[in-house]
Design a protein around this ligand. Sequence first.
Ligand code: COA
Length: 629
Amino acid sequence: MPLLERNTTGDPKGLPKVPVPPLKQTLDTYLRCVRHLVKAEQFDKTKAMVEKFGAAGGVGEVLQKKLLERRDKMENWVYDYWLEDMYLNNRLALPVNSSPVMVFPKQTFKDRKDALRYGAGLIRGVLEYKALIDTRALPVEFARGQLAGTPLCMEQYGRLFTSYRYPGLKTDTLKVQMNAASSPSEHVIVACKNQFFVLDVVTNSKPLTEEEILSQLEKITSMAGNEEERSPPFGILTSDGRTEWARARDILTKDQTNRDSLGLIESCLCVLCLDEPSGMKPSDTNRALLMLHGGGQEKNGANRWYDKSMQFVVGMDGICGVVCDHSPFEGVVLVQCSEYLTKYVAGTPSEAGKLASARKLPAPRRLLWKCNPQIQGLFAASGERLQRLVNNLDMEVFQFKDYGKEFIKKQKMSPDAFVQVALQLAFFKCNGKLVSTYESASIRRFRNGRVDNIRSATAEALAFVKSMTDERTAYSDSEKMKRLRDAINAQTNYTIAAITGMAIDNHLLGLLKTSKELNMERPEIFCDEIYLTSNQFILSTSQVPTTVEMFCCYGPVVPNGYGACYNPQPDHIVFCVSSFWESTQTSSAVFAKALNEGLLEIRDLCNAATKVAQDARGQGSGKPHRSGT
Ligand code: COA
């Protein structure tokens, strides 16, 4: 866990502001990123548009000037633009399309009570972790890997348990409870058998002990079992497209009872979903699927409230994890929190909790809902749409066991760049071409920094993958190795540019948004087909490393694309590949097979190069020996 020193400067104001890169640099990089991915005639047209945009006295200069003014005025010039574009304006359903999940190690629960105890431990852990956040006692993190050592912005942590994403007809709204430390939320929502309950976690100014939470969870499970009091599955509505859910929410809020229930959900710390056994084999892939969509309405798909930032899932069959709304924070923050909680639960001195006398607490309240035939119809429609998503998700979690990042470091290569090049090779093996690729790069070195994009389908990667796959030309190992090194250097250089705020995606988005704000006609370069396709990320990738046994995964971001999340470990790499069955262009199993094959081929290439170098050194060092000096 990259938590080093105690926080002395938790305030993001101590960090530099995200820079605005020079216009010419961004435009040149943009052309370099797309040139080898498109036809020459198309590229010439794009080049002309870009040159016109960037010319002295042109539109680009006007927009750049405005962006620089915005940077001066604001804490973070790109934050709102990026948040809207990346998340809030996206109309797709949150499960699979947007919300990442962490899959916890499979638990072996003796019985239901054992599972509830695990859930109680997670909630106690949340209270402890939130106290660390609120008192700014979380140690500041420092960057590792490339350009290690700089402090990182910690403000995403403040949103873990204080945010709620409201659906909107055109755009969602992310609300964060301000001053959460002074007027903290004091309840958790527990979902059980598609019912929702309010669990107060502080009574008489004292947080509940693990034993007290456990006893409340037992009451909840018995209340949820009462068929007569059962409400319809309201949670299913939150799994729908954002506009559909916004429309449904408008209907619900006409009634005071529904408004009260929504208000309690919207102000909770987090949701705990107590899931019924899924009946599925707990393989890595199945656990990932169940975490991503709950298995649809027939299983636990309605036992969720997707707007809430953190939903902990405790399956009675031991399938556990956390589902997140992505808009308030990145996967790396989610990992830190998840690792804290799973270690907390594993190390909880339950005996101490048992000895402490548990208070007699009133039973948790069931959330009440008013339904009518119109609302009843909405459940069926949302349930069907979720089922389509469930049927569509093609997931493959696989552990590449032949080597991990230690082998890669021995080659004096960046493990992240190496994996990215391997992903390009896998894609090329499957499709005979490269496509626009997204890799998230943290810009937390800057004030309120989130991410920018490393466009990994570089020209150098294309040259390398061609040399590895071309059946007509036999490239020598030394040529392939040279191309591999070039590809890795290009990837590493792009990474360094991105994490220092010099990537192009945020900048181009800023220029486009500024033109809208100035009521200008959309500049030609942003109407260009190449610009539009270059923002369709057929390969959407992200490194989410963990230090304990768990993994992160997410779905593809376009109908014909792949999501590829990886977790490099010293001696193995966990890959989570997702795609949609409905696309005839993708197959997660085929991609994973190509990735496995490619990683082995690259290892063999590196080993062959090492052997040649050793032999050469051996011959060289042999000479003086023979001559007796
Ligand atoms: N030779 C030997 N070792 C090398 C090396 C080389 N040429 N290049 C790098 N390494 C080492 C690093 O020192 C580092 O060592 P450590 O494990 O002791 O820390 C390790 O290899 C990993 O470095 P690298 O693989 O280069 O990657 P990185 O850790 O810098 O990660 C990003 C690159 C882009 C993934 C990272 O900067 C980032 O932005 N992460 C956040 C991504 C994110 O937001 N994900 C969640 C999205 S929801």
